[in-house]
Structure formats: C-alpha cells, structure tokens
Design a protein around this ligand. Structure first.
Ligand code: 13P
Length: 340
C-alpha cells in the first residue's frame, strides 16, 4: 500500500483552514439543479458551469480539493485547458466521485444500495493516471418508521469498505460518505442514534477490509432533526450533538472529517461548522472541515443562470462562501459577515 502517498494527500486536503468543494453532481442531479434554475440541461452548459467554478480567481486560498464527476474530469475550458490542470495550478487536489449512484435494495422496500464496485479497480487506475488523488463514494441511509434496517446499513457499509480498500491500493485517498438523509419528521435524537449506528458499522467494516484509517477521510452528515420535524434545533445543539456522535464512533486514527451539507442553507451549514470549532477547537482527535456541494454552489448557480455576463458575480459568490467556510474552520465566522 502507498501509505506515505495517502497520508501526504490527506495532509494537503486538510491544510490550513481549507476545505473541499464537491462539484461531482451526476448528470441527472446537475440537470435537476439546472432545471430548477431555468438553465438548459446540455453537456455544453454543464461544461460552462464547471468552467465557471474551477476558474474562480483565488479559490485555492480556501479550497484544498475539488471532487469531480466522470464527465467533468475529461472536460476543458473554452480555450482547451483541462479542468484538472487548472485545479492543480491553483493548488487544488483533484478528486473523483466513483460510485455509480443508488438503486432500490432488493428485499428492503424504501431503502437504497450504492452501485459501482464492478470494474472499480480499472476505473481507479485510469483516474489516478488522469491525476485524481482522492475519491468519493456516497451511501444513502433514509430514516422512516421502520427504516433503516440492519440489512441496508450492513450492505452499504460493506460496499464503502470494499471501495475504500480498492482506492488505497490504487494510491487514492477514499472519502467514505455514509449520508443519513435529512428528509423526514424525525427528531434530533433519532438522527443521532441512526448516524451513530451507521458509523459503528462503517468502522467495523473498514477494519474487516484492512483499510488503513490514516489514509481515509470521513464525510458524514451533521446530526440534525428531520427537515419536516416540528421541533428544529438551534446551532449550538446541532454542533454539540454532531461532535458527541462523532467522538463516540470515529477512531482517533482517522485524520480528518469533512461534512456534507445535505440540503442545509449555506448560512446554516457554515454556522454549524463554526459552532463546532468555537466549542471544541483543540479538543478533538481529528481535523473537522467542509466538503459542501449545495452550501457552496447554490448562491453562485442562482446568479450565473447560464450566462457569460454573470460569471464574475457568480465566482465572487463562490469565493465568498468558501472564505466564510474557511473562517468557520477557525471558529471565526459571524453571520454579520454574510452582508460584507
Ligand atoms: P451536499 O453538500 O449538497 O450535501 O453535497 C455533498 C455531496 O458530496 C453529496 O454526495
């Protein structure tokens, strides 16, 4: 195993107060976001959107790694420069989403299994060749009255561990993302219990598959009440529940944790990360940062609208969100900064 290389990549990804940008929406997800924003859903618009993102001036000051999608990793700017080269020049490590999405889990109504292990070894070798040094695989866990089931959690965490082992063999740092969805009316305690259970099974499976924890990044959900729960939680309660859950589940050998935003507003996701640092800075065994997609991209997407004349304004919004998330990693974010 290329342990040194893996550890070196992890330290680049957690350098300073930086974090990751997820820009790895599948074609279907990207088209859905475009449709909502009134943007034509074509390969050229997707390319132009990703060009707008990767060419954001100064992005490398706050963003250490960008997760790409298969379509995007081969794409280039209008002038013919590969996105992957632009990222590298900006000091941003290129990463790649390698799962192939979810399908219904046979025998478990209402639950999903993530696909993509078949042929993964060859795809990883190809992505390494192209310059990707880390990867992402997302497992989806839904909370309902009788779910998640043990069968669903075990199948998904096993797949995550097999993926992680294959990545490490290829010299690629695996981001393991077990996402407990916000959808539902459940309370915060329910999310805490499910998230903890999922993480316990995940680390059990990572041990069983001989994954080196020093070369892994965990990408978890924050612990939140369901989005339609009548009882929402304040910022500090979420921060405390999230860190407590992680302390009870995640071994100290894991170097870093990078949160997904999961449908939280950009301001809320930033405030939660900030509150964790205010309360626990210097007291945690692992680094805590962001790996947001929507919570970084959404304001910029709304302004861009598929038009060249909006590129600059959209890039300013991307840079602003990234800088606020970077401040949150220092515990120095303040909602008043949103207006500056
Ligand atoms: P969100 O931050 O929009 O949840 O996306 C993160 C991600 O990478 C989902 O897989």
């Amino acid at each position: 195993m290329k342990t040194k290389e893996l550890i070196n990549t992890v330290s680049q990804l957690f350098a300073g107060d930086k974090g990751l940008l997820a820009m790895d929406e599948s074609t279907a997800t990207c088209n859905k976001r475009f449709e909502e924003a009134g943007i034509p859903q074509t390969i050229e618009y997707r390319r132009a959107y990703r060009e707008m993102i990767v060419t954001t001036p100064g992005f490398g000051k706050y963003i250490s790694g960008a997760i790409l999608y298969d379509e995007t990793i081969y794409q280039a700017t209008k002038d013919g420069k590969l996105f992957i080269d632009i990222l590298k020049e900006a000091g941003i490590v290129p990463g790649i989403k390698v799962d192939e999405g979810t399908m219904d889990l046979a025998g478990f109504p209402g639950e999903k299994i993530t696909m993509g292990l078949d042929g993964l070894k060859d795809r990883l070798a190809k992505y390494y060749e192209l310059g990707a040094r880390f990867a992402k695989w997302r497992a989806v866990i839904t909370i309902g009255s009788v779910i998640p089931t043990r069968g669903c959690i075990e199948a998904n965490m096993h797949a995550l561990a097999r993926y992680a082992a294959m990545c490490q063999e290829a010299g690629i740092v695996p981001i393991v993302e077990p996402e407990v969805l916000m959808d539902g009316a459940h309370n915060l305690k329910k999310c805490f219990d499910v998230t903890q259970k999922v993480q316990h099974v995940l680390f059990d499976q990572l041990f069983a598959q001989n994954v080196n924890l020093q070369g892994v990044i965990l990408k978890p959900n924050m612990v939140l009440p369901g989005s339609s729960s009548p009882k929402q939680a304040d910022i500090d309660t979420v921060a405390e529940a999230t860190v407590t859950c992680l302390l009870e589940s995640v071994p100290a050998a894991v170097p870093g944790i990078a949160f997904l935003s999961g449908g939280q507003s950009p301001e809320t996701a930033t405030a939660h990360l900030n509150a964790m640092h205010v309360k626990y800075r210097g007291k945690l065994p692992w680094a805590l940062t962001f790996s947001f997609a929507r919570a970084i991209q959404q304001p910029a997407l709304d302004v861009w609208k598929g038009k060249d004349e909006n590129v600059k304004a959209a890039q300013q919004l991307l840079l602003k969100r990234a800088s606020l998330d970077d401040a949150a990693r220092r515990g120095q974010y303040n909602p008043a900064m949103e207006k500056e």
